[in-house]
Design a protein around this ligand. Structure first.
Ligand SMILES: [Zn+2]
Length: 473
């Protein structure tokens, strides 16, 4: 049957730079042997003179080490993906060469003693996974591609939205509505066609994270939600990889390198995520467009330093940036011996179900409350139902768009204005997309209100599905 074998970058000079080779085989051993037969010069790098697989070569199938599957005799299934992964960390990269174009392209790096030819070879040999292609992931991926990192993986499943262009500098107006990874791959390959870009167009979950991470040396955390952030941390610890962390909120940013082999992990710093709803997302809390450019660029610097060995990385230090005061602070982060992931007696040893654990889903629905669809509300209003429409957004949002006869009480003012909300009436709570309104609905129900529903999708869905004349934002 046909299977695909991934050739690691150090061995691609034998395959005319092909990253994937297709062969026919029934077992893992047959597949590797078929590759060796097809590319004779590579064989001596894979097998010793007795025909045994060399000790520094590991073979993975579908993200799993074949030694756990019964070794080279392990049977294959149709379309299996086999990866050949040689030990390269910290090793010499002297076999990596550059062509005429690359000598010119990277000349400003060659002339830096801290990087030079050896550092640039390490960059070419390196593989970096960028999780999240939003505000942070964009500058990280652009700078890493420009710097000549040989293999860049991207994880995201979103499409480009017009509101992304305020900070996500990789995308253009023509990309709106297109998958982010399609636009990103095209842009990065235009910038540097010497770089291999692998899109992983899926949501990162406890089921796929281990498989996706396997193929990369370094993980860059460009996520915007806690379930994914904890997942990125934990799987990085399990696989012994550095996790280059960045996060942004309004005018503030944080950067660090969590590398359990040498220092603390993210859970040593924050053992548990905050309760759902406490920290708003970028969409709700807002973010200065330039901020992710600064924080993402710092993450790219840290990744490049880790790869080349230049300078001192942020392992054990958390860098805090305040754009309003325009200052940087740093604090020391200690490794926690009781850390549930990287401590002496870890209690978390495999990816856990982070959505259940954090109480929020990937798209951020904070609590479960009764809901009403926009169509249902439209029908009820047409039948002249006496419904109190409670808008819990901020005044600036009201100014852009609001529904007729709605009552505006921003989220934070709700507890002090309960007297304005008649408990005998049927109440529909709405915000922009439904997250804040769910929190308020839950709060009202706990206060004894019995006829409360959250408008699913918020005013955004109302404008899209019921009243297109309304402004959207
Ligand atoms: Zn830890």
């Amino acid at each position: 049957m046909k299977v695909k074998v991934r050739i690691p970058s150090p061995l691609r000079r034998f395959t005319a730079e092909q990253a994937w080779v297709s062969v026919s085989a029934q077992t893992v051993g047959e597949a590797v042997a078929a590759v060796a037969e097809q590319f004779e010069e590579m064989a001596q790098h894979l097998f010793d003179s007795d025909g045994n697989l060399r000790g520094f070569i590991n073979i993975y199938v579908g993200g799993e080490d074949v030694r756990q599957r019964g070794g080279l005799e392990a049977p294959l299934s149709e379309n299996d993906e086999i990866m050949i992964i040689p030990a390269i960390a910290g090793g010499t990269a002297s076999e990596i060469t550059f062509d005429r174009e690359e000598y010119i392209r990277y000349s400003r790096h060659f002339s830096l003693p801290e990087i030079g030819l050896e550092g640039q070879r390490r960059l070419k040999q390196a593989s970096v996974l960028v999780v999240g292609m939003g505000g942070l992931g964009n500058p990280v991926a652009l700078y890493l591609a420009a710097a000549g990192v040989g293999h860049i993986g991207l994880v995201d499943f979103d499409v480009v939205d017009l509101s992304n262009l305020q900070r996500q500098i990789l995308y253009s107006l023509k990309d709106v509505g297109e998958p982010k990874l399609k636009a990103a791959k095209e842009r990065l390959e235009n910038l540097n066609h010497k770089v291999e870009v692998t899109p992983h167009e899926e949501a990162l979950t406890s089921a796929n994270a281990s498989r996706i991470f396997t193929d990369y040396d370094i993980i860059v955390d460009g996520t915007d939600n806690f379930p994914t952030r904890y997942l990125v941390n934990d799987v990085s610890v399990f696989q012994g990889k550095p996790n280059v962390y960045g996060s942004i909120f309004r005018f503030d940013g944080q950067v660090s390198v969590f590398y359990a082999k040498e220092g603390p992990c993210y859970r040593c710093l924050y053992a548990d995520p905050p309760p759902p709803g406490l920290v708003p997302s970028c969409a709700e809390g807002g973010v200065l467009g330039v901020l992710p450019g600064i924080i993402g660029s710092l993450q790219a610097v840290e990744a490049i330093k880790h790869i080349t060995g230049a300078g001192e990385t942020l392992v054990g230090r958390l860098l805090l940036f305040d754009a309003l005061a325009m200052n940087f602070h740093q604090v020391t982060v200690m490794k926690d011996p009781d850390c549930s992931v990287c401590g002496e007696h870890p209690t978390i040893t495999e990816p856990i179900d982070y959505e259940g654990f954090c109480g929020v889903s990937g798209i951020g629905e904070a609590v479960t409350v009764p809901e009403m669809s926009v169509q249902e509300l439209s029908d009820k209003l047409e039948n002249r139902a006496e419904i109190l429409i409670l808008d819990v957004r901020e005044p600036w949002e009201w100014e852009i768009v609001h529904m007729d006869k709605a009552l505006l009480i921003p989220v934070n003012a709700i507890p002090s204005r309960l007297a304005d909300i008649d408990p005998s009436r049927e109440i529909v709570v709405h915000c922009h997309t439904g997250i804040r309104a769910a929190t308020v609905s839950d709060y009202l129900i706990k206060q004894g209100y019995t006829h409360v529903k959250n408008l699913r999708g918020g005013i955004k869905a109302w404008a899209a599905e019921v009243d297109p004349s309304l402004m959207q934002y």
